[in-house]
Design a protein around this ligand. Structure first.
Ligand code: KG4
Ligand code: ZN
Length: 354
């Protein structure tokens, strides 16, 4: 390793992630301790439980990351950490850990916006992966996660203009909610995607909120419609209203999952392509947990290819929360001169564009 080495810490939500990244792109280690199993019984994240789990796992995750990368803290050029947006208690675990590490080893500390991390996942290269071109500017970034959904325009590194965002729920939140209504468990996104693969009939229509000519998005109406459509389907099958009391036949669940997913994918893909055309983009970058969705990836791939737009969608493991994406953004910030003090505090509502 000859380039600059950044160790990055991510703990904003329910994944404890620590990565070692070289020159802002090459992953040397990317260890993620997921809390999915921990939160599954409650069907969602309990902040207090999440913060404690970060505390429990952050040291073993660091040990594993250093070992996997074959480095010691002495070899590092900087320590990067997510300082927002996210759950305050969870963020504070990572921030205090990163501060301690930076202070104890005399390394600079770099504060990273989690949303910028989701965008910069598009620049990452796996260990052993062949070099490939970085996403070309100008580009449109679509970030779709459990907490955020927006389209931003980038003409250069670290600079964003918000084109549109959800006016209510995040796309991932809608997936999680509808997954629960379908009795598919937590998190709903991957479960709906899997269920939808089994759909034979693909004619269950769910509404689309086009938000007129803006690049804004809305998913709360779809969520309400889904609740009504699922209730009707349950009544048709003679099932009680409560999704915990009896399952819909698998074929019906599959059709409903498909219909819901199709609506989300249609709106996200259409708006992203329109945004790219509107700003004369050369490329598109996708990030965030929902970008792991197979249908969304396929649909945007097809449309981008037809228009000669370069498209970068990180592999699914780099779309969901991880330390590597924080390392990619952190390395850029570090190279641009960003340094955080030991008074760095969590910013639970930090926006991407200021
Ligand atoms: O980026 P992320 O890991 O955490 C946040 O920053 O929110 O995103 C998690 C979200 C969850 O809502 C989850 O249901 C959704 O991403 N998700 C998916 C898929 N995998 C994860 N949504 C649709 N299809 C998937 N395959
Ligand atoms: Zn995220």
């Amino acid at each position: 390793m000859t380039g600059s080495l950044v160790l990055a810490v991510e703990s904003s939500c329910d994944e404890t992630g620590i990565a070692v990244i070289e020159d802002g792109r090459r992953i040397h280690a990317n260890v993620v301790a997921s809390q999915i199993a921990l939160h599954a019984p409650t069907g969602g994240i309990v902040p207090e439980v999440a913060a404690r789990a970060h505390l429990r796992w952050i040291v073993p995750v660091l040990d594993e990351a250093l070992q996997a990368a074959g480095v010691t803290p002495r070899d590092l050029d900087a320590v990067a950490v997510t300082y927002g947006p996210g759950l305050a208690g969870s963020l504070l675990v990572g921030i205090n850990f990163a501060k301690t590490l930076a202070w104890a080893h005399g390394k600079p500390l770099v504060a990273v916006n989690h949303l910028e991390g989701h965008v910069y996942a598009g620049w990452l290269l796996d260990p052993g992966e062949a070099e490939r071109e970085a996403p070309p500017f100008p580009l449109v970034a679509l970030v779709v996660s459990g907490g955020h959904t927006f389209l931003a325009e980038m003409h250069d590194h670290l600079s964003y203009r918000l084109l549109g965002q959800t006016v209510d729920d995040a796309a991932g939140e809608a997936f999680d909610k509808v997954g629960r209504l379908l009795g598919l468990g937590y998190p709903g996104g991957p479960a709906i995607s899997r269920a939808a693969e089994g759909a034979v009939a693909r004619d269950r229509a769910f509404p689309r909120a086009w938000m007129r000519d803006t690049f804004d998005l809305s998913f709360s109406g779809l969520k309400t419609a889904a609740r009504r459509i699922i209730a009707t389907a349950r009544a048709d099958e003679g099932l009680p209203a409560d999704e915990r009391e009896g399952e819909l036949p698998a074929a019906v669940t599959a059709e409903l999952a498909w219909g819901f997913q199709d609506s989300v994918v249609d709106v996200l893909a259409t708006k992203t392509i329109r945004a790219a055309e509107a700003i004369g983009a050369r490329g598109i970058v996708l990030g965030g947990g929902v970008a792991a969705n197979t249908e969304l990836r396929a649909r945007i791939s097809g449309e981008a290819e037809a228009r000669g737009l370069a498209l970068v969608i990180p592999r699914p493991g780099l779309c969901t929360d991880n330390g590597a994406m924080i390392g990619a953004a952190g390395a850029r910030r570090f190279a641009a001169g960003a340094r955080a003090g030991l008074d760095l505090d969590a910013r639970p509502s930090l926006p991407l564009a200021r």
